[in-house]
Write a protein that binds this ligand. Structure first.
Ligand code: AMP
Length: 282
């Protein structure tokens, strides 16, 4: 496993691999790996001949006052973890390498970026779409792997890749969870013991929705009310939103049918946590 800091160097590595007929997989991350990241890397490892992980804490997707400076970083630990699952390269550029002075071009996925997390983090998905487009240009892989945990991000990236004609297959990977159901996240380290315990209620509220759907409930407001009830009585959980919407355009659903996404976000202590479940309803 090798760490590459320069765009030109990683681009050459990928070009050469592809000219030898090798299939290249890319896993974009912000580092501080956990089992969720490793799952993406394993999937890329089993599908592809060459696996590149990008590790870049992207300033463009943080708003002023968010946790850019505090975001956990540990390249040595990350390198060991990536090595353990057979990653070939980590692309770990400095901020100046990605955004040299004078940078002023941004990618905006208009409709999908404004609701849900976009409402609470204006500009966030502009930063995400911009950095992922740049990563795709620097590393024109054959396949790129993203977690379903960040469902809105995945929808934005699918749209961006299609709209800008990137010839890269976007692969969504299922959410990896802690034993009590909490979705794994680099931000979970911000949680104190009490917060960590209560944070599992987010998953329980999604399970409540899942169980209601399984027994035939189709009314979004009834499901939302039950989810809110599951979280009530836990003042540590400051709910931002529960969205019940279609899974492609993320438009609010009244009666559930077809591809449905139920997603939520909450602040728990210093951590902003998100989670979701997707359903295919007859
Ligand atoms: P991040 O480093 O948090 O930006 O995440 C990098 C990639 O890992 C993104 O595509 C995330 O959706 C994905 N990811 C993060 N957490 C999980 C998880 N618990 N399960 C599966 N994928 C995840």
């Amino acid at each position: 496993m090798e760490i590459v800091k320069e765009k030109a160097a990683i681009r050459n590595i990928i070009r050469e691999a592809q000219s030898n007929g090798r299939v290249v997989g890319l896993v974009p991350t912000m580092g501080y790996f956990h089992e969720g990241h490793l799952q993406l890397m394993r999937r890329a490892r089993s599908d592809c001949d060459l696996v590149v992980v990008s590790l870049f804490v992207n300033p463009a997707q943080f708003r002023p006052g968010e946790d850019l400076a505090a975001y956990p970083r540990d390249l040595e630990r990350d390198s060991e973890m990536a090595t353990s699952v057979g990653v070939d390269y980590i692309f770990n550029p400095e901020v100046e390498e990605m955004y040299p002075e004078g940078h002023e071009t941004f990618v905006e996925v208009e409709g999908l970026s404004v609701m849900m997390c976009g409402e609470f983090r204006p500009g966030h998905f502009r930063g995400v779409a911009t950095v992922v487009a740049k990563l795709f240009n620097i590393m024109p892989a054959d396949k790129a792997y993203f977690g379903q945990k960040d469902a809105q991000q995945l929808a934005v990236i699918r749209r961006m890749a299609a709209d800008l004609d990137f010839d890269i297959e976007i692969v969504g990977v299922e959410t990896v969870r802690e034993p009590d159901g909490l979705a794994m996240s680099s931000r979970n380290i911000y949680l104190g013991a009490e917060e960590r315990k209560d944070a599992a209620a987010l998953y329980r509220s999604l399970c409540r929705a899942r169980d209601m759907i399984a027994t035939g409930e189709r009314d979004a407001e009834t499901i939302r009310a039950a989810m809110e009830e599951e979280l009530s009585g836990l003042p540590i959980i400051k709910l931002e939103y529960i969205a019940i919407c279609d899974s492609i355009f993320l438009q609010p659903a009244g009666q559930l049918r077809g591809g449905v996404l139920i997603a939520l976000a909450a602040n728990v202590g210093k951590a902003r946590l998100i989670d979701n479940m997707a359903f295919e309803i007859e």
